[in-house]
Design a protein around this ligand. Structure first.
Ligand code: NAI
Length: 305
């Protein structure tokens, strides 16, 4: 029946069934938050059962940490909570089947436009008319993904932050085609997760990364001007002088140096003359050497396992 809705009568979809495509770092975190909030059920989709098993294990481990804090005086209720949340998540390697009853699809797969477009184009044919498609992309234009579908008015961005269960912000992104009803549904959904939404346009980096990535690059350039500041001093300065919880080099290592390079390279292609997007020799060198930050145990700093 839902298939017979035309877009003009699809209004303020109340989101209950959520399909999340990609059970990696972000997808698993988003699945956890959706499953833990009242009234939602989640289907998590990835390419293999092994990946999905690992994702479910990760969710369970993360929930245990939540419960330790929240239910410290009542471990039994904590166990019940974990069980309830886990029951809300099902997994599959078949995206077509997963979206047939979906109100919202959140895409959190690899950061590659062609692959994301193929996914959106394929799911567009499988999902009911009212289903909203959202991308968790950090750096790619959502309008380009939406253009692969017949429902650009029902496409938008839901940009979560890592680690998802800890971070309260979600950037709700509207392209020039996103309908006000879609934006409202996404804003309400974000609030139902207990997160705080901010409205963004589909511009490079939205709000947070548009400010944060040039800041990290500027710290690098400052350090590259010999004698202008050691990594350690710059990190201490920003923590103690600006009140930031991490300095820019610590933060870069946490985000991943390859990710920062990927994002700035992409922006530079669009705006080659913008000095904020200029490359850094040091960043390029570290990435070429496989020193990607915390995840590879070395970036600007060294880490223990
Ligand atoms: P990840 O590499 O941890 O996870 C991606 C998952 O997607 C993998 O499990 C992979 O098997 C799966 N996948 C790839 N292609 C697929 C397909 N066609 N169908 C089904 N599953 C597929 O990546 P991560 O870090 O979770 O990032 C995912 C997205 O979230 C990217 O678009 C990224 O820009 C965005 N993002 C990442 C943040 C971060 O800090 N890592 C923060 C905010 C957004």
């Amino acid at each position: 029946i839902q298939r017979s809705f035309s877009s003009s009568v699809v209004r303020n979809v109340v989101i209950k069934n959520v399909t999340i495509i990609g059970g990696g770092q972000m997808g698993a975190g988003i699945a956890q938050e959706v499953a833990a909030s009242t009234g939602h059920s989640v289907t998590l989709v990835d390419m293999t059962d092994d990946i999905l098993k690992k994702a479910m294990k990760g969710i369970q481990g993360s929930l245990r940490r939540v419960v330790k804090k929240k239910f410290s005086d009542d471990p039994e209720s904590g166990d019940d909570f974990i069980q309830k949340v886990m029951q809300n998540v099902s997994t599959t390697t078949n995206p077509a089947a997963a979206v047939t009853t979906s109100d919202l699809v959140v895409e959190a797969i690899v950061e590659n436009m062609k692959i994301k477009q193929d996914l959106f184009g394929f799911l567009d044919k499988m999902a009911p008319e009212h289903t909203i498609f959202a991308s968790n992309t950090s750096s790619l234009p959502i309008s380009d993904m939406a253009s692969a579908t017949s429902r650009p008015d029902r496409c938008g961005g839901l940009h979560f932050f890592n680690p998802v269960p800890m971070m309260k912000l979600v950037e709700v992104v509207a392209t020039s085609s996103t309908s006000p009803e879609t934006s409202e549904s996404l804003l309400n959904f974000t609030k139902a997760l207990g997160k705080t939404p901010v409205c963004c346009k589909d511009t490079p980096g939205f709000i947070v990364n548009r400010l944060l990535v040039p800041y990290m690059m500027e710290a690098l350039r400052l350090h590259e001007r010999a004698g202008h500041g050691s990594k350690e001093d710059i990190d201490i300065a920003m923590k103690l002088g600006a009140g930031y919880p991490m300095g820019p080099f610590e933060l870069s290592d946490y985000v991943g140096l390859d990710t920062i390079k990927f994002i700035t390279d992409g922006w530079r292609e669009k705006e080659p003359d913008n000095p904020l997007f200029a490359p850094s020799d040091l960043l390029n060198k570290l990435v070429a050497e496989g020193k990607l930050g915390k995840k590879s145990l070395e970036g600007f700093y060294k880490y223990n396992k």
